[in-house]
Design a binder for this molecule. Structure first.
Ligand SMILES: C[S@@+](CC[C@H](N)C(=O)[O-])C[C@H]1O[C@@H](n2cnc3c(N)ncnc32)[C@H](O)[C@@H]1O
Length: 233
């Protein structure tokens, strides 16, 4: 059987690597369903973010063996979270998956002045009012809990005692800092914190904040070629 070796998408390029994990089930169907669930939202149509989805699925699966629920802060239409739900068959697990977002874009009033331009352009292009679309995407998954509104205040709207997987993708430093400070003590030892924007161009304030946070907690962030950062509690 021939194996895909080369890949270039989402700013990641590989040559001569065994990429059969993309074709294997249940990942292949999960990634495709999540990308199809965002069709029409991203200008490029169906987006190929499989490498990021692969990391999210792996990090979430690690959480199945740990105490606590799953949390994603910054969901939009669910390119990552929907892939995780389908990959793990989340309703067959004992995990609730809390999905926090305004579902209508980044609150500009929370931003540092240097973040405003990029956020305004992304709000216009991608982070529009997607609540209806997101509800449709997550309706099949009864273990998901969508929490609509502005973080960090919305964290107190639900009762999260322990966290076994945390994905943070808010595209801004203020709310990401507030969220990790609120949730760090609730993370089970061994739980993954997946930081979507960590290595992406234009997200320097977040990068700096996360590095400072890691030093304070004696952690070292894995900087992945996908742009994601990864901390193990
Ligand atoms: C890059 S998108 C998330 C993409 C998502 N992780 C995916 O897999 O498709 C960033 C999201 O963060 C949300 N957001 C940013 N700041 C927020 C805040 N303070 N409270 C709630 N949502 C916020 C935006 O509405 C936007 O949907």
């Amino acid at each position: 059987m021939s194996v895909q070796l080369d890949y270039f998408a989402d700013g990641v390029g590989t040559a001569g690597k065994n990429l059969s994990h993309f074709a294997r089930e249940p990942f292949a169907s999960a990634a495709l369903a999540a990308s199809e669930g965002s069709a029409g939202v991203y200008a490029q149509g169906i987006v190929d973010v499989r490498w990021r989805q692969h990391i999210a699925c792996w990090a979430a699966k690690n959480g199945l063996g740990l105490e606590g629920d799953f949390v994603e802060c910054g969901v939009n239409t669910g390119l990552m979270a929907m892939a995780v739900c389908k990959f793990l068959n989340i309703d067959k697990t004992d995990k609730k998956f809390y999905l926090f977002d305004t579902y209508e874009g980044i609150p500009i009033e929370q931003l540092h002045v240097s973040e405003v331009k990029l956020a305004e352009s992304h709000n216009k292009l991608y982070y529009t009012n997607v609540y209806g679309k997101a509800k449709e995407n997550f309706r099949p998954y009864k273990n998901t809990v969508m929490v609509k509104g502005i973080l960090p205040a919305t964290l107190s709207e639900v009762n999260i005692e322990k966290v076994a997987y945390l994905s943070i993708d808010l595209n801004q430093v203020f709310a990401e800092k507030a969220v990790i400070e609120a949730l760090w003590d609730k993370l089970s030892v061994g739980a993954m914190v997946l930081i979507d924007d960590y290595g992406f161009m234009g997200h320097d304030l977040q990068h700096k904040m996360w590095n400072e946070f890691a030093v304070k907690h004696d952690k070292y962030i894995a900087s992945l070629p996908t742009g994601q950062g990864l901390i193990i509690k």
